[in-house]
Design a protein around this ligand. Structure first.
Ligand code: SF4
Ligand code: SF4
Ligand code: SF4
Ligand code: FES
Length: 889
């Protein structure tokens, strides 16, 4: 690329051809004022603050939209420029309401800063403020467009960064303002309340609605979002020890750039909720002999837990104790948690809540590729040749991933969406396949067969990295495409045309919980891997497999061995070599037998064989199917210990409650869905007597025989670094990556001689249709809630806007059932029922309904059986057969 020499303010610099003058100046530390420019947005040239003067021609130019030219000699603050800037700002202020003292933007207002730098106080022009009514009907964003300076950042953020299109310019001249269609409130538009426009607005025209606190944050520190697996970087603003405002952090190369979603931006107000646990609680009898949870000291609580666990271990053996950890807790905490179970109690009964999100099924990928599929940067989606999205609705589950996908589509990368529902992403897709629920396996096999028939596979990749292709081909050759079409409900032509779109391309395959939580997940993941291998996509830049993690440390919890059959580093307990290594590390004996998973723990409590359960950061009463059954089982335990930040349904029935700290209140690290390891520091102190979870575990382990506590995160990290080679880069830096030991490790870290084997071609037609339950209910996330909704449900703003969610139904079914929008229906499966209002959605085919999870106390899980995800061919927790009746008034 050509390099151009030029001079700015007497300083000789160079920049690549095509660079704007503003960027060239920034790069060399020359500061030019700006109001409408943002590095992540296309230059717009609206505010004229960035004017520079060409000394040779006397021409004034907006530096953000003017490319640098060879031998330019520019001035950024000549008297002419300063005069122009002052006049522009004077005009802006003449139009601005005089409410700076009470404006929530406070000293962060860029208009005020620019005015102050130019020495402008009160305007000397005729004051004619452009009053607009305050818009604040929603609980998230206040729009005070009287303060709008028409910089267009909000509109560009909405169009370019989050690709929603909720707002645009409306009217002209003095009356011009950013507005929704027909100038309706944001809550009546397609706005997702991601808040990205609010973070970028330079004035107080857009601000965060804060119901509890007033004023602006006294300090701002970086942290990580505690919700989904994207792991967005946050700038958390605090005042008086409380988080009062959240914005995207300004870190280079962060996963989210200048964006967030509604949860990250607004749902962190749960941190200040009255539901926070602030002191250890012990269940004790009062004077009337009624038992209730009473505050206690840490000393008393930890002593009780350690003595009870020790006694139960001696009386009933170590297998009578289980540990259910959390995919929301940090890597360091999960490491300690499983170490406590294995080393100090002697059991492999350890799991984490990621299980509910199909974690168990991911073992197919892990076994085959030794984790090689996991290091896929979301930014590389922009370099994919085609993107195939299976069973995922990232607009709701992991919104920042949807921004990447929508931008890829805008760039012209073909998007193929396979989903029984018309999701928002289908509007961006070149092709939508409205597949029958739970039949993705057949479609993947069918597309592989078509590619095979057309000899459209990557022989070089297959020869070099894989084994078992002959057997795989044999399996494909016996597939009956008419049968594939019948099972999937997709026309044969459509399946073949979709496969033809994949021909010769490296595919990015994005899979969500529609795959991970469905029946036959294991086989379907096998078919995903097969397609990725035969097309040579695995490990290619932009190609490969992207698994959408719903919880922020779903990946890390599994990496740290919080799993009944995996040791840290995802090494199998059944692998003698691996187990012996850990026995040597920890100077102990480990059983090679897998322990109880989350569901089996509940079943064992029900059967009376499990006597003690220690739950850290999970709420099984709300998250699991058959909550009543779960409650009865847990109440049979001799002791239930719950360590959490929220006084959850499960904490309320515990014998001991230990108050933990949220991510913004402690030190640690989490691993996102790309394999990015992000460390964080506390922004505020935990409330009351609450402690960081790692500190609680550290002190408890010392009492259980661990000797001297670690005493610091640094010491825990040092042990992880030494014993888990993929975490060698875990050193407290805010951005590190899982280590790959060689190029080959991208495909298999098992060693150069070990090849990745194709998964057998399996066909599993669903024979279980029951005429008594003629509809299929699909459950899934809506953007306001995450998982079971324990934390999002404790957010005041989310509660105000989305504590209830409707059941979505297609127009034909609604007509057949004689129900309309807002009518109440009862949906029943063989396990339980849900009663809610309905909303008619034209994108739903007859026979299918959608039931959002998280909202309505997560009672959507009533439709499933607890044991439906514990065996590979069980029905799963994603779809089930239901009947629907109109609820009588
Ligand atoms: S609302 Fe804010 S971001 Fe949008 S145009 Fe006005 S000043 Fe700019
Ligand atoms: S909150 Fe997000 S979706 Fe809504 S207008 Fe702003 S940028 Fe667009
Ligand atoms: S996309 Fe996920 S990590 Fe990012 S702000 Fe939203 S919930 Fe948080
Ligand atoms: S920053 Fe260049 S015109 Fe606004």
């Amino acid at each position: 690329m050509d390099t151009i020499p030029l001079t700015i303010d007497g300083k000789k610099i160079t920049c690549p051809a095509g660079t704007s003058i503003l960027d060239a100046a920034d790069h060399h530390g020359i500061k030019i004022p700006r109001l409408c420019h943002h590095p992540d947005l296309k230059p717009f040239g609206a505010c004229r603050m960035c004017l520079v003067e060409d000394k040779k021609t006397g021409r004034l130019m907006a530096s953000c939209v003017t490319p640098a030219a060879r031998d330019m000699d520019l001035q950024t603050a000549s008297p002419r420029i300063v005069k122009h800037r002052r006049n522009i700002v004077r005009l802006m202020i003449a139009e601005h309401p005089e409410s700076c003292i009470v404006c929530s933007k406070g000293n962060r207002c860029q208009l005020r800063q620019v005015a102050a730098n130019l020495g402008i106080g009160e305007t000397d022009l005729y004051h004619m403020p452009n009053f607009k009514p305050l818009e604040q009907a929603n609980p998230f964003i206040i729009r005070d467009l009287s303060k709008c300076i028409l910089c267009g950042k909000c509109i560009r953020a909405d169009h370019e960064l989050v690709v929603v299109g909720a707002i645009d310019y409306n009217r002209r001249g003095f009356a011009s303002r950013p507005a929704t269609t027909h100038e309706l409130g944001l809550e009546q538009s397609s706005c997702t309340f991601c808040g990205t426009c609010v973070s970028l607005c330079p004035t107080g025209a857009l601000s965060i609605k804060n119901t509890r606190f007033v004023g602006s944050p006294a300090a701002e520190s970086d942290s990580i979002c505690g919700f989904c697996g994207v792991g967005c970087n946050l700038a958390m603003g605090a005042a008086d020890g409380h988080i009062i405002e959240v914005n995207p952090a300004h870190l280079p190369h962060s996963v989210n750039g200048a964006t967030l979603c509604v949860r990250g931006h607004f749902a962190h107000d749960f941190l200040n909720s009255a539901d926070r646990l602030v002191a250890p609680l012990l269940r004790k009898s009062n004077a009337d002999n009624e038992k209730s949870l009473i505050p206690a000291s840490w000393e008393e609580a930890l002593e009780l837990v350690s003595s009870r666990l020790t006694d139960i271990k001696h009386e009933n053996g170590p297998q009578s104790i289980a540990f259910l950890g959390s995919s929301k807790c940090s890597n360091e905490e999960n490491y300690l948690f499983q170490k406590m179970a294995r080393l100090f109690i002697g059991t492999n009964n350890v799991d984490n809540g990621g299980y509910i999100f199909g974690q168990a099924m991911l073992k197919v990928f892990d076994d085959k590729t030794a984790g090689g599929y996991r290091v896929n940067r979301l930014a590389d989606l922009a370099r994919a040749e085609v993107i195939l999205i299976l069973g995922a609705d990232p607009n709701h589950s992991v919104p920042v991933v949807s921004y990447y996908l929508k931008k890829a589509a805008q760039q012209g990368i073909p998007l193929i969406v396979v989903d029984p529902r018309r999701t928002e992403l289908t509007n961006f897709a070149g092709r939508w396949l409205p597949i029958n629920p739970r039949t993705d396996l057949e479609l993947l096999n069918g597309m592989a067969a078509r590619l095979h028939e057309k000899e459209a596979y990557d022989s070089e990749f297959i020869d070099r990295y894989t084994e078992g292709f002959s057997l795989f081909r044999y399996g494909l050759s016996s597939l009956d495409m008419d049968q594939v079409s019948r099972i999937t409900g997709l026309a044969k032509d459509s399946i073949q045309a979709t496969a033809d779109l994949l021909k010769g391309k490296k595919i990015a395959i994005v899979i969500g919980h529609g795959i991970l939580q469905q029946k036959n997940a294991m086989h379907t993941l096998g078919a995903v891997l097969n397609l990725s291998l035969m097309t040579g996509s695995l490990g290619s830049t932009g190609g490969g497999i992207y698994v959408l993690a719903k919880e922020n440390n779903q990946a890390g919890a599994m990496d740290m061995g919080a799993s009944p059959d995996l040791l840290p580093g995802r090494q199998s307990l059944g692998d003698d070599m691996a187990r012996k290594k850990w026995e040597k590390n920890w100077k102990t004996n480990l059983s090679p037998d897998a322990g109880l998973n989350m569901v089996r723990m509940i079943e064992a409590a029900e059967a009376g064989s499990l006597k003690a359960l220690y739950i850290m950061g999970e709420n099984p009463l709300r998250a699991l199917p058959q909550g009543d059954r779960v409650q009865k089982a847990l109440q049979k335990l001799d002791i239930l210990v719950v360590q959490d930040i929220i006084n959850s349904e499960t904490a309320k029935i515990a014998d001991v409650v230990l108050p933990g700290a949220a991510i913004s209140e402690k030190q640690g690290s989490v691993t996102n869905l790309e394999g990015r390891i992000q460390s964080f520091e506390p922004v505020v102190e935990p409330p009351g007597k609450a402690k960081a979870d790692w500190e609680i575990l550290d002190q408890l382990m010392a009492r259980l025989g661990g000797g001297k506590p670690y005493g610091s995160i640094a010491k825990i990290r040092a042990e992880i670094r030494q014993l888990v080679p993929r975490y060698a880069s875990l050193n407290g830096s805010s951005q590190a990556w899982l280590e790959l030991t060689s190029d080959k490790a991208l495909f298999s870290s098992k060693g150069a001689d070990e090849l990745i084997s194709f998964y057998p071609v399996v066909s599993t037609e669903d024979q279980s249709a029951d005429p008594a339950y003629p509809f299929t209910a699909i459950v899934g996330t809506q953007r306001y809630q995450l998982g079971s909704g324990t934390r999002t449900g404790a957010s005041e703003r989310i509660r105000a806007y989305a504590s209830a969610a409707k059941i979505e139904m297609g127009p034909r079914d609604a007509a057949d059932l004689a129900v309309g929008n807002g009518d109440s229906v009862t949906v029943s499966s063989q396990h339980g029922s849900v009663t809610r209002a309905i909303q008619i959605e034209p994108g739903l085919s007859p026979g299918r309904i959608f039931v959002p999870t998280g909202a309505n106390n997560n009672e959507a899980m009533n439709l499933f059986g607890l044991s439906d995800l514990t065996v590979p061919d069980a029905a799963g927790w994603k779809t089930c057969a239901v009947k629907i009746e109109k609820t009588e008034k």
